[in-house]
Write a protein that binds this ligand. Structure first.
Ligand code: SIN
Length: 320
């Protein structure tokens, strides 16, 4: 095992949650315990405690994620990754938007070292809390010499940033990589790798813009009886881009489609994703609107926001 450091960053979530009774599994307050307390709950189970650094970056229920927390987290992670003495980073995070933070951090940093998001479905006070084992597993992945990219660890599975998705409201194994499958497992304190670690292209040039304001990019759902007014209202409110969570293989209710095409005529970027939780949208030659295959609607939203920020940056450079 290398003697390089692991850094544990806390952001809140159920893993740091507290209930009033040990039987509480779904009634509790998230983001109550400090990340140092979560580490203390491991006792001596993690052998490398002397090479751990611990920092609290935020303390929130991840449903309330805001641009300033993402910016603080991304900057902190980027600066730690530059340190030669840091082997990997673990971030405690709520399950509700973990997949968005994972996708965002990987799209921005595409790290050559492991950055491991870890969560729990039961609060720290529950009779059989899952946080301590998940945290131990995440530290094991972060200490793995060949691991890289932004990974998520939950219930013994290692997920990649494009695939991970919360698929269950309360079961312990609430994260899935869909039909892509997990990257690997943590079994008895060892990593069993099944697929390649995620790669990518870092976009450090966006670092100065991620504090916000982010582009206005809502997600619109195509559904039975969908109507044009939803899109028209968003256009009136200054939407700069729209992600459509389409039915099936990227189809859209005809009334919604008409409004979306009109929005596009006004310069608003419109992209398609699918409502289906498995598989990926297959674009066709006659598609009226472009698609972001393989990305869920919430991740397509981040991808479109980053694209708009890049375009804005290129525009402001060419004007100077
Ligand atoms: C949160 O996302 O912060 C609360 C829910 C959870 O962690 O499971």
């Amino acid at each position: 095992m290398s003697d390089k450091k692991l850094v544990l960053l806390g952001t809140g979530g159920t893993i740091a949650g507290v209930g009033t009774q040990s039987g509480d599994q779904t009634v509790y307050a998230a983001a109550q315990l400090g990340v140092g307390q979560l580490l203390a709950a491991l006792g001596g189970a993690f052998g490398g405690a002397d090479r751990l650094e611990v920092e609290q970056v935020a303390q929130l229920d991840s449903k309330d994620m805001v641009a300033s927390v993402w910016a603080d987290l991304a900057r902190r992670v980027a600066s730690l990754l530059e340190r030669d003495d840091v082997q990997g980073i673990v971030i405690t995070h709520g399950t509700d938007t973990l997949e968005e933070t994972a996708y965002f951090l990987h799209a921005l940093l595409a790290p050559a070292k492991p950055v491991v998001l870890v969560c729990a479905m039961r609060p720290a006070t529950a009779l059989s809390a899952d946080g301590p084992q998940n945290l131990l597993d995440a530290l094991t992945v972060a200490a793995h010499e060949s691991a890289r990219g932004v990974l998520s660890v939950c219930a013994g599975s290692i997920h990649g940033p494009e695939d991970v998705q919360k698929v269950h409201p309360y079961r312990l194994d609430a994260m899935s990589s869909g039909d892509c499958g997990v990257i690997g497992f943590v079994e008895g304190g060892r990593v069993r790798q099944l697929r390649a670690w995620p790669e990518g292209r870092p976009r450090m040039h966006l670092m100065e813009r991620i504090n916000g304001p982010w582009p206005r990019v809502p997600v619109v759902l195509s559904h039975a009886l969908a109507q044009a007014w939803m899109v028209q209202a968003l256009v009136q409110q200054g939407a700069q881009g729209i992600v459509v969570a389409c039915t099936g293989n990227g189809t859209i209710h005809e009334e919604l489609l008409e409004a979306l095409l009109a929005a596009r005529m006004r310069g608003i970027k419109v992209v398609r994703s699918t409502r289906c939780s498995q598989g990926r949208l297959l674009p066709g030659p006659d598609d009226a609107l472009p698609a972001l295959p393989g990305l869920s609607p919430v991740k397509a939203r981040i991808a479109l926001c980053l694209q708009l920020l890049e375009e804005e940056q290129r525009g402001s450079v060419s004007q100077t």
